[in-house]
Design a protein around this ligand. Structure first.
Ligand code: DQA
Length: 143
């Protein structure tokens, strides 16, 4: 099984960015964590991060026919991007949404998730562990 892990804008600033919300570990630590999880489960994984909405749409389109599952933290684009929602619907690859923080307990504008409408499950508020839960979900349901 092959999984694409997509992280959206400002997640490259992990560790520096609002550490009380997003933690003190950086993006390299996140990708190392995800790779470790995937290795244990015998899953091939590719990690992609971009601050650009169109680049994320391109990555989702390029995944068509190439991966079996998508784990996506669209970051701020979660709450704004119909383009990412449409891309996920277009490729129809099983997708799971992740947020480091519990978006449901934050500002009202974070309560809407467009990308989430095309995802089978959401794990929010578990920090890095949410990515493990998402990979496990995909393995259990689509592996
Ligand atoms: C986030 C939550 C979003 O609301 C925010 O814009 C982010 C990160 C999270 O992982 O908790 O950039 O997706």
């Amino acid at each position: 099984m092959k999984i694409l892990v997509i992280n959206g804008p400002n997640l490259n600033m992990l560790g520096v960015r609002e550490p009380d919300i997003y933690g003190r570990q950086d993006y390299a630590a996140l990708t190392a964590f995800v790779r470790g999880v995937c290795e244990k489960l015998g899953v091939e994984c590719e990690c992609f991060q971009s601050n650009h909405e169109g680049a994320i749409v391109d990555a989702i389109q390029a995944a068509y026919g190439a991966v079996d599952g998508i784990v996506i933290n669209p970051a701020a684009y979660t709450h704004t991007s119909v383009a990412i929602l449409d891309a996920l619907k277009a490729v129809a690859i099983p997708a799971v949404e992740v947020h480091l923080s519990d978006v449901s307990k934050r500002e009202a504008f974070r309560h809407v998730s467009y990308a989430g409408m095309a995802c089978e499950a959401t794990f929010a508020g578990y920090g890095f562990d949410g990515y493990r839960l998402a990979v496990e979900y995909l393995v259990q349901h689509h592996g």
